[in-house]
Ligand binder design. Structure first.
Ligand SMILES: Nc1ncnc2c1ncn2[C@@H]1O[C@H](COP(=O)(O)OP(=O)(O)OP(=O)(O)O)[C@@H](O)[C@H]1O
Ligand SMILES: [Mg+2]
Length: 371
């Protein structure tokens, strides 16, 4: 697995149960998967030598992020390595403009958007779609970094959008009034078998996912439509492994595709406790082309609350004993230093209804981070 963050750490936990040999490419010996004991190669994800050395350790190469440049991915393929997902699918998680364009061509509903290479492109788009609008960095954004709400024309001119004739580095899209944000985690084997988890409903603050519930609190037909959209997308792009599909439900009832991640995803952490097979075990099964596990829920409802760092000293460990007093709470700490706006763990609670699950998960989380 290229990358050794919390996703690799939790994949490692699943690999231990199946006795799958997981080897990670880590930037530092302090990375979450390495501190949990995963064997590793030390090196940067854009260093071709490090990538080649790590790739040689396994039969299949997979990822805990989408940061490896396309050129390097293609080189690994040319060197005979089996990449799952394959570079073309990964590109749709790397490049928001390529993704929007491809999804639209596939007939999947997406927000209105346009490529932006100079301020005038934004003004032209606003003339058709109005203010405010959303400007997104084409590449490299995560946790809301790279996403900007633009209220009016004055704000555009103060941003440096010019790419001097190069390819567009931004896209503008309509600002949507959101009734809900949904996510569907889908697993797909290279041979075609698909399995989807029930649709979750996520809650973002400043672009960062704070908490989610499973199943989503939307009418059953909306949940079914979200799963159907996600499955046709994942099959259509020939992805393998876990693919997380983020969707917007608008105030006027439209279901639109936002973005995808071609790896285990924050919106799937809840599956560790709430479903028969966790997304991490499922990712291993899928990339190894082994039979997928059941995605059925083992509880009527579940909630996950992310632990977002405040940078306070001793966080989150100082509060661990107090949080464990909430006996329904499953606590996952990633072994990361607390920093403001950084995800350093999560808490999941299963219950008979969403609200009880959410309240108990919030109570445990409040012991661990300064909210
Ligand atoms: N067009 C839009 N209209 C309204 N809100 C939006 C729009 N696009 C994004 N947002 C808000 O910003 C959040 C982050 O956007 P997006 O998922 O595109 O960016 P990201 O930083 O790549 O996210 P992630 O953390 O999932 O990687 C969304 O979850 C949503 O809350
Ligand atoms: Mg997102």
């Amino acid at each position: 697995m290229i990358g050794a963050g919390q996703l690799a750490r939790m994949t490692w936990q699943a690999a231990v149960s199946l006795d799958v040999g997981l080897h990670v490419l880590a930037a530092s010996p302090l990375d979450p998967a390495v501190s949990a004991g995963a064997p590793y190669t030390l090196g940067s994800t854009d260093d071709p030598d490090a990538l080649a050395r790590a790739a040689t350790e396994g039969d299949v190469v997979t990822f805990d992020h989408e940061l490896v440049p396309q050129g390097q991915l293609r080189r690994l393929v040319d060197d005979g390595h089996l990449l799952r997902p394959q570079p073309a699918a990964l590109e749709l998680a790397q490049d928001k403009l390529a993704a929007r364009t491809t999804f639209q061509q596939m007939g999947i509903a997406v927000p209105a958007f346009t490529p932006v290479s100079r301020p005038q492109d934004v003004h032209d788009f606003a003339e058709r779609h109005g203010w405010p609008l959303v400007l997104k960095a084409r590449r490299g954004g995560y946790d809301g970094r790279g996403v900007h709400l633009v209220e009016g024309p004055a704000a555009v001119d103060s941003m440096s959008l010019d790419t001097r004739g190069g390819s567009p580095a931004w896209l503008a899209e309509e600002h949507l009034e959101l009734a809900a944000e949904l996510a569907v985690v889908v697993a797909r084997r290279p041979s075609g078998q698909l399995a989807s988890y029930p649709c979750v409903q996520t809650h973002q603050v400043d672009g960062l996912c704070r908490e989610l519930v499973m199943p989503a609190d939307v009418p059953a037909h909306v949940g079914r439509q979200a799963v159907a959209m996600a499955e046709s997308l994942v099959a259509g792009i020939d992805a393998s492994g876990i693919c997380a599909v983020e969707l917007f439900l608008t105030g006027d009832g439209r279901l639109l595709l936002n973005e995808i991640a071609t790896r285990p995803h924050n919106s799937g952490h809840v599956t560790i406790e709430a479903c028969r097979t966790s997304q991490f075990e499922q990712h291993l099964r899928a990339v190894l082309d082994w039979p997928l596990g059941s995605t059925a829920m083992v509880t009527p409802a579940a909630a996950t609350v992310n632990l977002i760092g405040s940078g306070r000293d001793g966080e989150p460990w100082r509060g661990l004993a107090a949080a464990l007093a909430e006996e329904q709470a499953s606590i996952h700490l990633y072994g990361k230093q607390s920093r403001p706006e950084r995800k350093i763990g999560h808490v999941t609670v299963l219950a008979d209804d969403r609200l009880s699950a959410l309240e108990r998960a919030r109570a445990a989380a409040a012991q661990l981070v300064a909210g």
